[in-house]
Design a protein around this ligand. Structure first.
Ligand code: ZN
Length: 214
Protein backbone atom coordinates (compact mmCIF):
# COMPACT_ATOMS: atom_id res chain seq x y z
CA UNK A 1 0.00 0.00 0.00
CA UNK A 2 2.68 2.50 1.00
CA UNK A 3 4.58 3.94 -2.00
CA UNK A 4 8.29 3.26 -2.28
CA UNK A 5 10.76 5.87 -1.07
CA UNK A 6 11.84 8.21 -3.86
CA UNK A 7 14.49 10.89 -4.17
CA UNK A 8 11.78 13.44 -4.93
CA UNK A 9 10.09 12.81 -1.56
CA UNK A 10 9.68 15.82 0.70
CA UNK A 11 10.39 14.93 4.33
CA UNK A 12 9.85 16.90 7.51
CA UNK A 13 8.71 16.50 11.12
CA UNK A 14 5.51 18.05 12.44
CA UNK A 15 4.87 18.02 16.23
CA UNK A 16 7.17 15.05 16.60
CA UNK A 17 5.64 13.03 13.73
CA UNK A 18 7.77 12.16 10.65
CA UNK A 19 5.99 13.18 7.42
CA UNK A 20 6.89 12.03 3.88
CA UNK A 21 5.23 13.50 0.76
CA UNK A 22 5.60 11.26 -2.30
CA UNK A 23 6.00 13.21 -5.62
CA UNK A 24 2.78 11.65 -7.10
CA UNK A 25 0.76 13.47 -4.46
CA UNK A 26 1.09 16.81 -6.30
CA UNK A 27 -0.01 15.91 -9.89
CA UNK A 28 -3.07 14.01 -8.60
CA UNK A 29 -4.20 16.97 -6.47
CA UNK A 30 -3.65 19.39 -9.38
CA UNK A 31 -5.64 17.05 -11.67
CA UNK A 32 -8.58 16.96 -9.24
CA UNK A 33 -8.60 20.78 -9.08
CA UNK A 34 -7.90 21.44 -12.76
CA UNK A 35 -11.53 22.27 -13.56
CA UNK A 36 -11.48 25.15 -11.07
CA UNK A 37 -9.98 27.34 -13.79
CA UNK A 38 -7.34 29.97 -13.16
CA UNK A 39 -3.97 29.56 -11.44
CA UNK A 40 -5.09 31.28 -8.21
CA UNK A 41 -8.01 28.85 -7.84
CA UNK A 42 -5.82 25.80 -8.50
CA UNK A 43 -3.04 27.03 -6.15
CA UNK A 44 -5.55 27.63 -3.34
CA UNK A 45 -7.02 24.16 -3.96
CA UNK A 46 -3.60 22.44 -3.81
CA UNK A 47 -2.71 24.35 -0.61
CA UNK A 48 -6.05 23.49 0.99
CA UNK A 49 -5.85 19.78 0.11
CA UNK A 50 -2.24 19.53 1.36
CA UNK A 51 -2.97 21.19 4.71
CA UNK A 52 -6.33 19.40 5.18
CA UNK A 53 -4.93 15.90 4.55
CA UNK A 54 -2.07 16.73 6.90
CA UNK A 55 -4.55 17.86 9.60
CA UNK A 56 -6.58 14.63 9.11
CA UNK A 57 -3.56 12.31 9.30
CA UNK A 58 -2.18 14.33 12.22
CA UNK A 59 -5.43 13.57 14.10
CA UNK A 60 -4.82 9.83 13.62
CA UNK A 61 -1.09 10.08 14.36
CA UNK A 62 -1.28 12.21 17.51
CA UNK A 63 -4.05 10.05 19.01
CA UNK A 64 -2.07 6.87 18.19
CA UNK A 65 0.91 8.45 19.95
CA UNK A 66 -1.22 8.99 23.07
CA UNK A 67 -1.69 5.19 23.15
CA UNK A 68 2.07 4.57 23.04
CA UNK A 69 2.62 4.08 19.29
CA UNK A 70 5.25 5.71 17.03
CA UNK A 71 3.25 6.69 13.93
CA UNK A 72 4.44 8.33 10.73
CA UNK A 73 2.53 10.08 7.96
CA UNK A 74 2.77 9.52 4.19
CA UNK A 75 0.97 11.68 1.61
CA UNK A 76 0.81 10.01 -1.82
CA UNK A 77 -1.29 9.71 -4.98
CA UNK A 78 -4.26 8.18 -3.16
CA UNK A 79 -4.37 10.67 -0.30
CA UNK A 80 -2.79 10.21 3.10
CA UNK A 81 -1.76 7.44 5.46
CA UNK A 82 -1.02 7.55 9.17
CA UNK A 83 1.01 4.38 9.61
CA UNK A 84 1.38 2.65 12.95
CA UNK A 85 1.29 -0.94 14.09
CA UNK A 86 -1.54 -1.68 16.53
CA UNK A 87 -0.75 -4.49 18.96
CA UNK A 88 -3.13 -7.45 19.02
CA UNK A 89 -3.65 -6.68 22.71
CA UNK A 90 -4.84 -3.12 22.01
CA UNK A 91 -8.50 -2.77 23.00
CA UNK A 92 -10.85 -2.13 20.04
CA UNK A 93 -11.95 1.21 21.52
CA UNK A 94 -8.40 2.57 21.17
CA UNK A 95 -8.35 1.78 17.45
CA UNK A 96 -11.81 3.33 17.09
CA UNK A 97 -10.64 6.52 18.86
CA UNK A 98 -7.59 6.74 16.54
CA UNK A 99 -9.83 6.23 13.46
CA UNK A 100 -12.31 8.87 14.59
CA UNK A 101 -9.58 11.43 15.37
CA UNK A 102 -8.76 11.83 11.62
CA UNK A 103 -12.15 13.27 10.56
CA UNK A 104 -12.46 14.75 14.07
CA UNK A 105 -9.31 16.84 13.58
CA UNK A 106 -10.76 18.13 10.27
CA UNK A 107 -14.08 19.12 11.93
CA UNK A 108 -12.15 20.90 14.68
CA UNK A 109 -9.98 22.71 12.11
CA UNK A 110 -13.11 23.85 10.20
CA UNK A 111 -14.73 25.02 13.47
CA UNK A 112 -11.63 27.07 14.35
CA UNK A 113 -11.64 28.68 10.87
CA UNK A 114 -15.37 29.51 11.04
CA UNK A 115 -14.93 31.00 14.53
CA UNK A 116 -11.94 33.05 13.37
CA UNK A 117 -13.87 34.26 10.30
CA UNK A 118 -16.90 35.33 12.33
CA UNK A 119 -14.84 37.09 15.02
CA UNK A 120 -11.95 38.63 13.11
CA UNK A 121 -12.94 38.13 9.46
CA UNK A 122 -10.84 35.91 7.19
CA UNK A 123 -8.56 38.14 5.04
CA UNK A 124 -10.50 39.19 1.95
CA UNK A 125 -8.07 38.49 -0.92
CA UNK A 126 -9.22 36.20 -3.80
CA UNK A 127 -6.60 33.57 -2.89
CA UNK A 128 -7.46 33.49 0.82
CA UNK A 129 -11.24 33.56 0.24
CA UNK A 130 -10.95 30.53 -2.06
CA UNK A 131 -8.60 28.84 0.37
CA UNK A 132 -11.18 29.34 3.12
CA UNK A 133 -14.01 27.89 0.98
CA UNK A 134 -11.88 24.86 0.03
CA UNK A 135 -10.88 24.33 3.67
CA UNK A 136 -14.51 24.19 4.78
CA UNK A 137 -15.57 21.90 1.92
CA UNK A 138 -12.66 19.45 2.33
CA UNK A 139 -12.68 19.29 6.11
CA UNK A 140 -16.46 19.01 6.52
CA UNK A 141 -17.69 17.16 3.39
CA UNK A 142 -14.71 14.81 3.00
CA UNK A 143 -14.74 14.21 6.76
CA UNK A 144 -18.41 13.15 6.64
CA UNK A 145 -17.84 10.93 3.57
CA UNK A 146 -14.89 9.36 5.37
CA UNK A 147 -17.17 8.36 8.25
CA UNK A 148 -19.50 6.31 6.01
CA UNK A 149 -19.39 2.60 6.94
CA UNK A 150 -17.43 1.64 3.81
CA UNK A 151 -14.20 -0.32 4.30
CA UNK A 152 -11.36 0.85 4.24
CA UNK A 153 -12.57 4.43 4.89
CA UNK A 154 -12.26 5.45 8.54
CA UNK A 155 -15.98 4.87 9.12
CA UNK A 156 -15.73 1.43 7.46
CA UNK A 157 -12.86 0.46 9.76
CA UNK A 158 -14.82 1.71 12.79
CA UNK A 159 -17.81 -0.41 11.62
CA UNK A 160 -15.50 -3.40 11.06
CA UNK A 161 -14.15 -3.27 14.63
CA UNK A 162 -17.66 -2.72 15.97
CA UNK A 163 -19.14 -5.72 14.08
CA UNK A 164 -16.15 -7.90 15.02
CA UNK A 165 -16.90 -7.17 18.64
CA UNK A 166 -20.64 -7.85 18.33
CA UNK A 167 -20.24 -11.00 16.21
CA UNK A 168 -16.62 -12.28 16.27
CA UNK A 169 -17.21 -14.96 13.60
CA UNK A 170 -19.39 -13.02 11.19
CA UNK A 171 -18.23 -9.46 11.84
CA UNK A 172 -15.93 -9.20 8.80
CA UNK A 173 -18.65 -10.53 6.47
CA UNK A 174 -21.30 -8.19 7.89
CA UNK A 175 -18.89 -5.23 7.52
CA UNK A 176 -18.28 -6.21 3.86
CA UNK A 177 -22.03 -6.44 3.12
CA UNK A 178 -22.71 -3.07 4.79
CA UNK A 179 -19.80 -1.60 2.77
CA UNK A 180 -21.12 -2.88 -0.58
CA UNK A 181 -24.68 -1.66 0.08
CA UNK A 182 -23.55 1.78 1.33
CA UNK A 183 -21.02 2.24 -1.49
CA UNK A 184 -23.65 1.16 -4.07
CA UNK A 185 -26.22 3.65 -2.75
CA UNK A 186 -23.60 6.42 -2.64
CA UNK A 187 -22.46 5.64 -6.22
CA UNK A 188 -26.06 5.99 -7.47
CA UNK A 189 -26.51 9.19 -5.49
CA UNK A 190 -23.24 10.68 -6.81
CA UNK A 191 -24.18 9.69 -10.36
CA UNK A 192 -27.63 11.28 -10.07
CA UNK A 193 -25.98 14.46 -8.70
CA UNK A 194 -23.65 14.48 -11.75
CA UNK A 195 -20.50 13.82 -9.72
CA UNK A 196 -18.75 11.24 -11.95
CA UNK A 197 -15.44 11.07 -10.02
CA UNK A 198 -17.27 10.51 -6.77
CA UNK A 199 -19.45 7.84 -8.42
CA UNK A 200 -16.34 6.00 -9.71
CA UNK A 201 -14.77 6.25 -6.25
CA UNK A 202 -17.80 4.52 -4.66
CA UNK A 203 -18.10 1.89 -7.43
CA UNK A 204 -14.44 1.03 -6.76
CA UNK A 205 -15.17 0.57 -3.04
CA UNK A 206 -18.28 -1.52 -3.79
CA UNK A 207 -16.19 -3.84 -6.01
CA UNK A 208 -13.27 -4.33 -3.58
CA UNK A 209 -15.69 -5.04 -0.72
CA UNK A 210 -17.70 -7.44 -2.88
CA UNK A 211 -14.48 -9.41 -3.39
CA UNK A 212 -14.21 -9.70 0.43
CA UNK A 213 -17.52 -11.57 0.69
CA UNK A 214 -15.96 -15.03 0.41
ZN1 ZN B 1 -8.38 8.78 8.06
Amino acid sequence: MEPTVSRADIRFHLWGIPVRVHPFFWPIVVFLGWGLGDAVAIASWVGAVFVSILVHEMGHAQSARQFGHSPRIVLYGFGGLAIYHPRSTDPAWQRIVVLFCGPGAGFLFAAVLITFDSLAGFPNTPFLRQLYAHFLWINIAWGLLNLLPIFPLDGGQIAFHGFQRLAPHRGARIAAIVSVVTAGVMALLAYSLQQPYLAIFFVYFAVINFQNFG
